[in-house]
Write a protein that binds this ligand. Structure first.
Ligand SMILES: [Zn+2]
Length: 138
């Protein structure tokens, strides 16, 4: 039997563009055109100045681990457990919730440098995840 795929996120007018960016390999961050404030997850209005005008920047993918939680239950099909769910502080300044991979549960530390890796499901669905930083920017 084929592996079950992870549940797909709802993709609407407000966030469909973000998933399109992910499909192209980019970790996008929405940016207010009026005041340049970055925001994630995507939403129509700037929380700082209420502007509806926005564009986006492509993040470097580098950041530090701000917080994490390890999920053992409940288990949904399409995911490998335990899941290390992390809050990353991107170097652009925004926080991003993701999953830490290529790292054992025991090795996770607050403040550790992490980098984005674009995960791809067997069905081609792409989703940004993070792993311990391999580069020299620690
Ligand atoms: Zn704004």
């Amino acid at each position: 039997m084929a592996q079950s795929f992870r549940m797909k996120p709802p993709m609407g007018e407000d966030n469909g563009w973000w998933w399109q960016q992910a499909a192209e390999g980019n970790l996008a961050i929405q940016r207010c055109k009026a005041c340049s404030t970055l925001r994630h997850p995507p939403r129509p209005m700037c929380g700082d100045c209420q502007s509806l005008e926005w564009d986006h920047v492509v993040a470097s993918g580098r950041g530090t681990l701000d917080s994490f939680t390890v999920l053992h239950h409940p288990q949904f099909p399409g995911f490998d457990y335990p899941l290390i769910i992390i809050l990353v502080k991107l170097e652009e300044g925004t926080r991003f919730t993701s999953q830490l991979i290529n790292c054992s549960e025991d090795a996770v530390e607050f403040g550790m440098p992490v980098e984005m890796v674009m995960h791809e499901d067997p069905d081609g669905f792409r989703l940004p995840m993070f792993q311990p930083a391999q580069g020299a920017h620690a």
